[in-house]
Design a protein around this ligand. Sequence first.
Ligand SMILES: *Cc1c(COP(=O)(O)O)cnc(C)c1O
Length: 370
Amino acid sequence: MSGPWRPSPADLARPEVRALPRYSPEGGLCAVDVSDNTNLWGAPPAALRALQETPGGALARYPTLYSEPLRTRIVRYLELPSETGVVLGCGSDDVIDSAMRAFGQPGDRVAFAAPTFSMIPTFARLNALEPVAVPYAEGFTLDVERLVERGAKVTYLCTPNNPTATLLSRAAVEYVAEHARGIVLLDEAYAEFAPETFADIAVRFDRVLLLRTFSKAFGLAGLRVGYAVGSPALCGLVERARGPYKVNALAERAVSAALEEGEEGVQWVRAHAALAVETRARLAEALTARGWAPLPSGANFLCVPVRDAAAVAAALRTRGVLVRALGGLDRSLECFARSDGGALRIGVGPWPMMHRLLEALDGLFAEQRP
Ligand SMILES: *Cc1c(COP(=O)(O)O)cnc(C)c1O
């Protein structure tokens, strides 16, 4: 039976793929799950109704090729000129991945300010690109000249930044837009919770793609829809690398309904984003009163430098509360030097959830103050 030697499937896999661990954050069911920055108040009622009212026939057909009907609604939602380009995807993750594939040749660089969204180095490697991290400077300001000097094919900026929740200045974003040699991905996944948006920059600079998602403020993470806006040429290239039919028919209907003006659509989203911002301030205050020092946040989560973050998160889990533990953060920043590179990322949600989180922390640190 034994034929000539043949490599095993593992030997046949691309080395980048073989080396990549599965994405598997610590998890499991927890009574209070504030670990992934989704909308803990739920989803807009208009979207839920659209799902319930979808006729079975709609599922037997393919969705639109490139979600054309959603584009006008998105451009209107962002208050951008009607000719602005839009590209959608299976989550903004898919748009990021497609953009790297569209522009990156194997070996090209993907530069980003670190720490940032953990999928960036992953998508870079999967596309045979070299991730190049440029550490944030004190106060989470960005050394824009250093970033631009990397000469990257793709430069990624995230504001408000995941996982630190901190904001970039308009001047920093504009500098990168003006001086980057390659394209610039400007990720505003949390824009609805932030004091300002840089959407206008994506309209003014033809190499800037502004990334947004329906997974956070819009409460539709389970449907997997994200998008980018920018010049029609740039968006068209990303779309080619992406391929057709990436947004399914149910998602298209729900997102379309969520973008409708009205109390059950966009107004619901705005009202709950405002509630998240209010609750964020209240939670930050409660944590500060207990001796913690959450970083200033422009998002729907707080980043709290904590020593032994993994152990603290594990102990919280036994008390029914799931937060995200971060480790190995840049100790050249004072806040992370003090926490030995550790932090907790805590999503903001309805106050009863926040109350249970605080109770769990209080129980844990009853004897030992941070
Ligand atoms: C959550 C998140 C996304 C993406 O989400 P999708 O669910 O793939 O749309 C993108 N960027 C950042 C920074 C995020 O935190």
